[in-house]
Each structure stands twice: as C-alpha cells, then as structure tokens.
Design a protein around this ligand. Structure first.
Ligand code: FAD
Length: 240
C-alpha cells in the first residue's frame, strides 16, 4: 500500500526495536500509527530529521550541496562538457528545447531546506565561465534559474565536489543496535532501481524472506518488454 501526502511525524519504538511510524495525512490533518516490522528512511534532505525522531536527538549524516542551473538562449546545438577555468570543475551546456541549460554549481548548503534558490554568487560563478566560451551572453539574457540540493553521505571536510555521489545504506542495527530501521542516502536517479534492489534484498534478509528482488528484470509500468540479449548486442555494437 502507498500513502501519498503523508508526513512521518514520529517513529514507534518498543525498546530498541522500531515497530512503525506515526504519520499525518496532510490533506485531512488526521494522524495515524502504522505498524511495520521494518522502516526504510529514504527522506533525502530530511533524513537527519527523521533519524532525529528515532533517536530523540539530532543525528548528522547528510551533507547538502547546492546545484544551480541557468536557462539561456540557445548557445550551442550540441551538448558541451567544459572545465571551469577558476577551479577546474566540470560544467555543461545542453540543448533544452529552443534554449540552453547551463549547469551546475556545487557548494555546501546550510540554509532553509524549503527555500533553495540561485543566489547572485551562483549565477556570477556560472556566467564567469560561460562568458569565456560565449562572450556575447549577458546576465540579463538569462530566462530563469533554478536550484536543487544534493544529499550526500557526510564523509568529512573534503571539498563539496569531492564528496562521493555513491549511495550509502545504513543498517541502524549494525550502527548502534536499533533494530528494524534502515536509512539510505545519496545516490543518483539513474541508479534508483539498483539502490531499491539492494535495500529490498537487505529488508528480506532481515525478515528471513528468501525471495530475491526482481527489479533488474522487471520493466517499469508501461515500458515495452525488451529482450536482455538484444540490449547487450546493441551496447556491444555502440562500443565498437
Ligand atoms: C543540481 C543537481 C543535479 C543532479 N543531477 C543528476 C543527474 O544528472 N543524474 C542523476 O541521476 N541524479 C542527479 N541528481 C541527483 C538526484 O536528483 C537525487 O539523487 C535524487 O533526487 C534523490 O532522490 P531521493 O528519493 O533519495 O531523495 P528526494 O528526491 O529528496 O526525496 C525525499 C522524499 O522524502 C520526503 N520526505 C522527507 N521527510 C519526510 C517525512 N517526514 N515524511 C514523509 N516524507 C518525507 C520528501 O518530501 C521527498 O519527497 C542531481 C541533483 C541535483 C541537486
């Protein structure tokens, strides 16, 4: 069963074992308790807050970095990958309809999670690089900007761009003895099904369920069934 518009407001615990979640239906305001043998915390930027509900105090595991994009008039008909002269970072210009999408930045973010936007410094950083390649583009030509946050495993004090983009699975039973609670953070949309498979297999193992996750070979709803042999053949052809 899936429940949309439902906010987790608390974690149910019996001793050192998580036994479900408290949720609030954001459409009706009603609150419910949902019992379960396993809870997976995939709350992205809010992961620390959900962990905090379980531990009763904040737990810092996530490092957030901001990425800003600009939408500009069409700069190139090809996708371009470039390296910033100021700091050597990779950036790109890709066609987006009639326009170009320029991105991105990668800076630590400690502000309001509900109000992430491109600041002047973000736009200036990108424009400084863009104008080295496309000197005619001016800041006033930008149609709009948008910003997002990357939630990355907090691995210390390296530069934001050096923090691993690989996902991290945290079994809280191994971490500090809390049973029935798994957190997953980081990762990419492109790897989402692989990450889901890993988590599903871990949950099944913990619940002593012997079935293996079938994500890798199950088409998404509406997707055509494609023969795996054919995909391998096409990939090999593209390599040569
Ligand atoms: C600038 C930028 C560029 C990127 N480029 C790429 C790319 O090219 N390719 C790629 O694959 N990935 C890219 N990513 C990464 C990708 O966007 C993320 O990895 C992905 O969105 C993470 O998904 P998620 O489901 O883990 O987290 P989120 O998308 O953050 O989802 C977390 C969800 O948890 C919910 N939630 C939080 N708290 C609660 C609560 N208490 N109760 C109930 N629900 C709650 C939130 O509402 C949210 O829906 C990029 C990210 C950024 C910022």
């Amino acid at each position: 069963m899936a429940l949309n518009h439902a906010k987790v407001t608390g974690i149910l615990k019996e001793g050192n074992t998580v036994s479900g979640v408290k949720v609030q239906d954001m459409l009706t305001g009603k609150e419910y308790e949902i019992k379960s043998r396993m809870v997976v915390n995939a709350a992205g930027h809010w992961m620390d807050a959900v962990c905090g509900m379980m531990y009763g105090q904040p737990k810092r595991m996530v490092r957030r970095t901001k990425g800003v994009h600009l939408l500009t008039p069409r700069l190139s008909n090809n996708a371009l990958v470039l390296y910033a002269k100021s700091d050597g970072r990779l950036w790109f210009v890709i066609p987006a309809g009639k326009y170009s999408l320029v991105g991105t930045t990668d800076t630590d973010y400690k502000g309001d999670l509900e109000a992430v936007y491109a600041e002047k410094a973000d736009v200036d950083y990108l424009m400084q690089e863009v104008q080295k390649v496309f000197p005619n583009l001016e800041t006033k030509d930008i149609y709009y900007t948008y910003a997002g946050l990357r939630s990355l495993p907090d691995s210390g004090d390296e530069k934001p761009g050096n923090v691993s983009r690989a996902h991290k699975t945290i079994d809280h039973e191994k971490l500090d003895g809390v049973k029935g609670f798994i957190s997953v953070l980081g990762g990419k949309i492109t790897g989402a099904r692989g990450i889901s498979e890993e988590i599903t297999d871990l949950v099944c193992k913990k619940l002593d369920i012997k079935t293996k996750c079938k994500t890798a070979t199950t088409p998404l709803p509406g997707a055509p069934i494609v023969d795996q042999g054919r995909i391998i053949k096409i990939c090999r052809r593209d390599k040569n």
